[in-house]
Write a protein that binds this ligand. Sequence first.
Ligand code: BES
Ligand code: MN
Ligand code: ZN
Length: 522
Amino acid sequence: MQIDFRIAPAAQWRTDALLVLRFEDDPATPAWLAEAAPWAASSRALADFRAKPRTTAVAYPPDADAPVARVVAAGLGKRAALDLETLRLAVAQAVRACRDLKVASVGLALEPVPALPDAGAAGDAGAADAEAVAHTLEEAVTAALLGLYRFETFKSAPENGMDAPGGGDGPDAPEALQVLCTAEPGPAARAAVARAEAAAAGVYLARDLVNTPANVATPSFLAETAETLGREHGFKVRVIEADEAEGMGMGCFAAVFQGSPEPAKLIVIDAAPKGAERERPLVFVGKGVTFDTGGISIKPSAKMDEMKGDMAGAAAVLGFFEALGRLGAPRRVVGILPCTENMPGGAATRPGDVVTSYAGKTVEIVNTDAEGRLLLCDALTFAAEFDPLAVVDLATLTGACLVALGTDVAAVFSANDLLAESIAELGARVGDLYWRMPLWDRYFESLKSDVADMKNVGPREGGAVNAALFLKQFAPASAPWAHLDIAGPAFATTATALTAKGGTGFGVRTLLALVTAWEGAR
Ligand code: BES
Ligand code: MN
Ligand code: ZN
């Protein structure tokens, strides 16, 4: 979708659909609406609209060639309860209504709602105002793009195409989003739109990768994706082949990939602005299990198809790099993606096998379905070689995390309060929800093995904590580390206005916010 600014007096705004966000308890409409669509004041559809969250209404001018061809109103609920997520959902709902109506262009006023209290920035009043307006705009534009996401790569004809029953004669999805302003919007607003487009492109990539079936989205496919990102954005990309990783001593990673005929890859992406190639990086590690059968400890058939999404951590890191490349890296960031299938082939690891990790510690693999921690532990040891400022891993690691927190919330584990709290706070702002979970060493007792330094599973109780504690044994000694268990929110089995069913792109915006905040803090 093409996004641009249109600067004109509101009476001259021209669009197929003008978005209007309304409060349930505040019937006042913005001044620009009266100028852009004077007929809206007497619209009965708008008068009847109650503006409850997740509802929309459409109103048409009496005159067929009015410059604003329709108003699409979306409900924000009660004014006092307004938050960024409600704003995002309302905008996404409205653009989806536009798509259903087959409109070609959508108009979004620069100030879709009065700037939100939590959208503001520090500084003097005037600057803070412009910042707050820009941030609200960024969220609105991001939501418009995310709401229009569809995965149609494997459909031989578009579902909602022009030939579909009931289809009108407009495009399948809006082709243009115009940000309507009465004066030059200023650099903050222009930068906000660029950030929104970059973030959405990153989320789109992560969603596509998760949705792409495992017979296509193989470790090689992820490596090619990384190489394409490298070429497009000027990142250094190194792909370590399976035998090389094994030769380096990554026995835990090898224990996972040896059961699959599909070549495993350890992907390393290194992005830095000119002159900063040697600064200490932030390192993001993503679990890239392109399909998790469980291995010899094979999973039951029900819902096993969802395990094509077991590379959502790697997908989030790749999506993050897509966004970063579009914006230009503000600092050095390294991505480490151990990618493999987990299959029960003839050469697969047997339960009870003991292997030596890259760190030199021995691990008894009691359950081959606890494979994520095996490839991550070697990747974490490898991460330390980059002398990182901080390491954050993202992984669809445990079903237990879903039991603990439900489908919508990821767990954050870290011994570092600032890192854990920053991630939870930044995530909440961008719509990625986190809840901190404990990393108490007392549970490590249950990971002790009779024959090796540790075993890869503990009891069912506290499963997500046990997995995090296993990883903690391999976390870098000289940098803060956080583990994000995204097993719940990475994959949606019910759609919202912002996320279609399937891959959600969870984590992409968190990482982007973290890098930005880190840069601001130094
Ligand atoms: N990929 C799964 C975790 C998962 C489950 C992600 C459901 C998304 C949805 C992981 O590799 C796994 O199988 N974990 C086991 C660990 C157990 C054997 C200790 C699990 O959670 O059952
Ligand atoms: Mn598993
Ligand atoms: Zn897994």
